[in-house]
Design a protein around this ligand. Sequence first.
Ligand code: C2E
Ligand code: MG
Ligand code: MG
Ligand code: MG
Length: 283
Amino acid sequence: QAKDDGRRLYRIYDSQMDASAKAEKEIEMDLSRAIERNELSLHYQPQLDTIDNSVVGAEALARWNHPVKGLVPPYQFIPIAENCGEIIPIGQWIMETACRQAKEWQDKGLPPFRVCVNISAKQFHLSDFTQRVEDALTRSKLAPQWLELEITEGMVIADKDSIIPKLEKLSSLGVNLAIDDFGTGYSSLAYLKKFSVHQLKIDQSFIRDITEDHDDAAITDAVIRLGHSLGLTVVAEGVETEEHVQLLRQKGCDVLQGYHFSKPLPVEQFEDWIKAHNERLYS
Ligand code: C2E
Ligand code: MG
Ligand code: MG
Ligand code: MG
């Protein structure tokens, strides 16, 4: 009797495993066709200079419009794309699309700003990654100073001996490098000065409660000071309220990004937002 139940339970468990593995396989299959089927797109979120409110950057954030599932958020497909390797062509498409978009905005006469592209570990560790970056720049004719690559602390810490020359090469191309989600990974403080990095992005988890949580405020303070003493600019992510803006301005944070200014927007809406913003700012 007991043995029987066990077997039945096992079978249920097994079929559930099957179902989720099958679902993931299906997503992998769909992902491998997403580019050619035109299902991927980039949304852009503005980054504002704390002092004069000018737009200094736009972060490109991937969106997948699945024919059946609808809009799939990045946390649901980026990790799967990383596991199955599909992140390599997808990441390349993202970088090239962002570069072409930035160039198009400049050609249209918008005041220039950097376009920031999230790079996954698998992509970054490719031996020809810097060549791929150069290719994206050459094809789009975007000048390197307008491209910023966002990497995470973990990527820099792992295998740091091979990473440092890579970062130096990228930096010598004229490309900007930012450490994303700073403060959530293994501390790279001791190595930070060795890396040719230009910008730190304080993770939004520290910003969220910054006005009430003394620890979050202290950490944010410390990151801003650390960044500045190493000659880096500091960006705050997840800025949602006027109180956040005031406090971060007070603390000397250089750049702000978050829903308070705008959510990530599809290209046309982003252009409208920029035009309206610049009209308010410069007229
Ligand atoms: P991330 O690079 O740290 O991007 C910031 C995330 O915070 C974005 O989520 C953005 O929409 C969200 N966000 C921005 N402002 C606010 C705010 O004020 N409040 C709150 N609560 N959230 C805000 P999204 O677009 O869902 O992307 C999530 C993550 O997925 C990104 O985190 C990044 O790690 C990854 N990702 C997105 N696009 C790409 C991509 O093109 N390539 C790679 N490798 N990863 C990507
Ligand atoms: Mg990012
Ligand atoms: Mg981040
Ligand atoms: Mg994040």
